[in-house]
Design a protein around this ligand. Structure first.
Ligand SMILES: [Zn+2]
Length: 289
C-alpha cells in the first residue's frame, strides 16, 4: 500500500486529534462532529482506550455514551459490559448529550433506521441500508455491489467508502449510490473541512479515493492505483490488496481493465484478455474529481 507522505496532524485546541484516534477515518469522523458537520460519530473503541477518548471529549467539550454491550474479538459476539474477556465498545460522540443517548438507545433496540437518522445519514441511504440488509449479509456485510448497481457515470471521489478497508474514507455510511446527491454534498463539505485543516492530508485522501475500484462478491474490494484511462481501458500499476486471493493475483498479472459495461470486465495484459468476468457479483466504478 501507498505510504502516507502527508503529516498525520490535525490540531484542535493545540491537541493533535490523531493522538486520540490513530486511524485516519476515526480521527476525521471526530473532527467532523467537532466542526458541526456531523451530528454524531459512532466508533468501535477497545476498552483499554475508552479513557483516552473520554479525556479527549472532556477537553473538547464533546458528550459521549458507551454502548450497553461489549463486542468480543470476532466482532460478532455481543456480551454484557462487565464480561471478563477484553473487547470493544461502541462509543457515541456528539456535541449534544441527547443525541448520544438516542444513538445508544436505537443501537441497543436494533433500530437501524432511527440510528442512521440520528447519525446524520441521508434518508435515501438509510432506506437503502435497511432494504438491502439481508442481501449484504450474504456478501460479508458489504453493500458496494448494491451501491454500484445504482451508480451512473463518474461519481465524485468524496462518496468513495471503499478504501475504508485501508482506513481512508470521508463518509461513514453506505451510500444508496455513488451518485447519491445528499451524499455528494456531504462528502464535498467533509473534504473541504479536511483541506482547511491540513491540505497535504486532503491531497493524500483525494489520491486514495479517486480512481478505479472493482468490487467482487468473493474476493472483495480491489483498488487500482497508478491509473490512467485511454478512453477504451483503464491502465494501472498496482492493485491494492485487502487479503490474498486469486482475483488479486490475476489483477497483478494484468495491467489494464476494459469495462464492456460496469458488470462486465475484461482483465487484460496489454491487448490480451487474461480473464473476463461478468454478472451481478462484479462491478467497477471510476471515481472522479
Ligand atoms: Zn442516498
Amino acid at each position: 500500500m501507498q505510504q502516507l507522505v502527508a503529516p498525520m496532524q490535525i490540531l484542535i485546541r493545540q491537541q493533535n486529534i490523531f493522538h486520540t484516534f490513530p486511524q485516519l477515518n476515526d480521527a476525521l469522523e471526530a473532527l467532523f462532529v467537532l466542526e458541526g458537520l456531523k451530528p454524531a460519530a459512532r466508533q468501535m473503541i477497545h476498552e483499554d482506550d475508552v479513557h483516552r477518548v473520554v479525556g479527549f471529549c472532556e477537553t473538547m467539550g464533546l458528550r459521549w455514551e458507551l454502548s450497553g454491550f461489549k463486542v468480543l474479538k470476532d466482532q460478532e459476539l455481543l456480551v454484557v459490559p462487565d464480561h471478563p474477556q477484553a473487547g470493544h465498545y461502541f462509543m457515541y460522540l456528539s456535541r449534544d448529550q441527547d443525541i448520544c443517548k438516542l444513538a445508544k438507545f436505537y443501537e441497543s433496540s436494533r433500530n437501524d433506521e432511527k440510528l442512521g437518522e440520528i447519525l446524520g445519514y441521508p434518508a435515501c441511504c438509510v432506506r437503502f441500508y435497511t432494504d438491502n440488509h439481508q442481501k449484504a449479509s450474504l456478501l460479508h456485510d458489504d453493500y458496494s455491489l448494491m451501491s454500484m448497481a445504482g451508480t451512473e457515470g463518474t461519481p465524485h471521489f468524496s462518496t468513495n467508502n471503499l478504501a475504508r478497508f485501508f482506513g481512508v474514507s470521508l463518509i461513514s455510511h453506505f451510500p444508496c449510490s455513488y451518485n447519491c446527491i445528499p451524499t455528494t454534498i456531504m462528502g464535498k463539505a467533509l473534504f473541504s473541512c479536511v483541506k482547511k485543516h491540513n491540505s497535504h492530508l486532503a491531497g493524500y485522501i483525494q489520491d486514495v479515493l479517486q480512481g478505479p475500484v472493482i468490487s467482487h462478491a468473493i474476493s472483495g474490494i480491489h483498488i487500482l492505483k497508478g491509473w490512467r484511462s485511454d478512453g477504451e481501458a483503464v491502465w494501472y500499476q498496482e492493485p491494492w490488496l485487502t487479503s490474498p486471493n486469486e482475483f488479486h493475483d490475476t489483477l497483478q498479472l494484468c495491467n489494464n481493465v476494459r469495462a464492456i459495461s460496469k458488470n462486465n470486465l475484461q482483465l487484460r495484459q496489454d491487448n490480451h484478455v487474461v480473464e473476463e468476468v461478468f454478472g451481478d457479483h462484479v462491478g467497477m466504478v471510476v471515481f472522479g474529481g
